[in-house]
Unconditional design. Structure first.
Ligand code: CO
Length: 218
């Protein structure tokens, strides 16, 4: 049986050759240091690859992905990545990007038992409880509305985490943006843009939630 990974190594060699052809010092420069200006917190979904969507090369975006793009203060993985991004790399722009047709969001909508993942998506389920209007939407819009509200929730969580609190109390320029990605057409939509230490995060998140309600509830 052929090794299903052989193609991937061949792809890699072709990619390296292509990069070297356009910039022979690309890898040499990258090996010295990474200076990304953006951190991407997104979903694991294979249809939502950070670099491709925003047209950035290796070295330009620092990426953390998990199921459902969840930001929780007790998630050591996510929090360590955020800390490294903000405190070591000094990244000024943090982006939380959710997407439509998200399996994690969809799993939060039914009352079935999915196993371990149910613990992970509990915070997404809570969003539904706090926004009772969502479940009254036409069925086909519920998932999209929840996907968008999930982005707002995770941006708010990011704003409240220790790393951001400290960065903002030390007057460092770090801002938070929330996007939703449409896997059906490849486009990003901005839900929250560049919240910083001077922003009233709760008020802006509430306002963005009302806008989602107005747009998807109409
Ligand atoms: Co997803």
């Amino acid at each position: 049986m052929p090794d299903p990974l052989t193609d991937l190594i061949a792809n890699n060699r072709r990619w390296v050759a292509g990069v070297n052809a356009s910039d022979p010092t690309f890898f040499q420069k990258l090996a010295q240091q990474q200076r990304p200006q953006y951190m991407w917190i997104g979903c694991c979904d294979s249809r939502v690859p950070a670099n491709e969507i925003i047209g950035l090369l290796p070295g330009q975006v620092f990426v953390h992905r998990n199921v459902g793009n969840v930001v929780q203060a007790n998630d050591l993985n996510c929090m360590s990545a955020v800390q490294y991004a903000v405190e070591v790399l000094g990244i000024p722009h943090l982006i939380v990007c959710g997407h439509y047709n998200c399996g994690a969001v969809n799993a939060s909508l039914d009352d079935l038992a999915h196993g371990l993942i149910d613990y992970w998506i509990w915070p997404i389920k809570e969003i539904q409880r706090r926004n009772p209007w969502v479940m009254k939407l036409p069925r086909e819009r519920i998932g999209n509305a929840m996907g968008e509200l999930n982005v707002l929730e995770q941006v708010a969580n990011l704003a409240e985490c220790k790393v951001l609190r400290r960065a903002w109390s030390e007057n460092r320029a770090v801002d938070l943006t929330g996007w939703i990605y449409d896997v059906g057409d490849g486009r990003l939509r901005t839900l929250l843009v560049r919240l910083d230490r001077d922003s009233d995060v709760r008020a802006l998140v509430a306002k963005a939630g009302e806008e989602i309600h107005a747009r998807l509830g109409a």
